[in-house]
Design a binder for this molecule. Structure first.
Ligand SMILES: Nc1ccn([C@@H]2O[C@H](COP(=O)(O)OP(=O)(O)OC[C@H](O)CO)[C@@H](O)[C@H]2O)c(=O)n1
Length: 321
């Protein structure tokens, strides 16, 4: 029998846990059930499965919205986050977090930086200001970039801050609706309050990271809460200036995959430049008897996603090497 080659390394992926100690509810449309309490058990099941993997995983990527905004209303944000972090803390490997809209319904950006959701290594090079983007190299000739999709946003910042004012002005220009959360009638439906975008400073920093990776023949996996390709998202859930992020990626050879959450139904496409865009199904809308997480096994020429529950298996070949 032919031996299955060992991967170079493997990592876990999970999105939109949105835990709250609350009865089940529904999304805004009223059609999608949200299993707030059960999501913690699904996370614990994911952790147990990841912890049993041999060889062990190198790290886990948490794609944002770890706890639901409902917690803020009940004064339970800190307790809910502690439970999620305690579940993830049972893993003997680092967990890298990106921040989504529900993090900002619970905590300010300044406060988040002092919680366990700040996974940026001390001293890591990052864009100027309070942008949470960073990168790390988990193995020779591989790099992971953690993007901050709410760097340009009205969520999480003080209303008197320049960035809040800049984001509000942009949002109002693009969205004349009374409720800024409503995409009704918009030409660019992603311009809603529950989304955000990338500042020019973050895009410039991102470009420099990818330039370094190109020069050093690295393969790069990028993660952010919001999808950046229309083929892997509906038109509402995209990052405000998703096209700018795509332009940066497409001006380099190194990016092989973009991982996102936010769209709870999930999505996937291989774009015209050979980049795989994978939007993970959300735990929060996953029935208790199923799950939604995955393990990605990285090889020289491909990544193989082993999905659990609602997440499908997928082979993602590196097209550019
Ligand atoms: N048409 C809409 C949609 C949402 N809202 C309000 O916006 C807030 C965030 O919505 P929520 O569905 O909780 O956001 P998620 O990040 O969980 O989900 C994103 C995608 O929809 C999932 O596929 C909340 O307060 C909603 O009530 C709105 O007003 N109008």
């Amino acid at each position: 029998m032919e031996a299955v080659p060992a991967p170079l390394f493997a990592f876990g992926v999970i999105a939109d846990i949105q835990y709250a100690d609350a009865e089940d509810g529904y999304d805004f449309s009223g059609y999608r059930r949200r299993y707030y309490r059960q999501s913690l058990q699904l996370l614990r099941d994911a952790v147990e499965a990841w912890a049993a993997e041999r060889p062990p995983l190198a790290f886990v990527l948490q794609l944002g919205d770890s706890i639901d905004g409902l917690n803020a209303r009940g004064g339970r944000a800190v307790a809910a986050l502690e439970q999620v972090l305690a579940a993830l803390g049972r893993l003997p490997v680092p967990v890298h977090h990106t921040w989504g809209n529900h993090e900002f319904y619970n905590f300010s950006r300044a406060r988040l930086a002092h919680t366990g959701l700040n996974s940026r290594p001390a001293g890591a090079a990052a864009p100027a200001g309070d942008c949470q983007a960073y990168d790390f190299s988990p193995a020779t000739r591989f790099r992971v970039v953690v993007l901050d999709a709410y760097d340009m946003s009205v969520l999480g910042r003080e209303p008197d801050s320049p960035r809040y004012q800049e984001a509000l002005q942009l949002l109002r220009e693009k969205n004349p609706n009374e409720s800024l959360n409503s995409p009704a009638g918009l030409k660019e439906p992603q311009f809603v309050e529950f989304n955000g975008g990338f500042s020019q400073a973050q895009l410039d920093w991102f470009n420099e990271v990818l330039k370094f990776s190109d020069e050093n023949q690295e393969k790069v996996v990028v993660m952010g809460h919001l999808p950046i390709h229309p083929g892997a998202s509906d038109s509402v859930c995209l990052a405000w200036n998703y096209e700018d992020a795509l332009s940066v990626i497409h001006s380099h050879r190194c990016v092989v995959c973009f991982l996102a959450g936010h769209l709870h139904d999930g999505g996937y496409c291989l774009d015209s430049h050979g980049v795989h865009h994978l939007t993970l199904e959300g735990v929060i809308e996953t029935p208790p008897e199923s799950n939604a997480f995955g393990t990605v096994y990285v090889y020289e020429d491909k990544m193989i996603l082993k999905g659990r529950g609602r997440v499908s298996d997928r082979v993602m070949h590196f097209c550019k090497w």
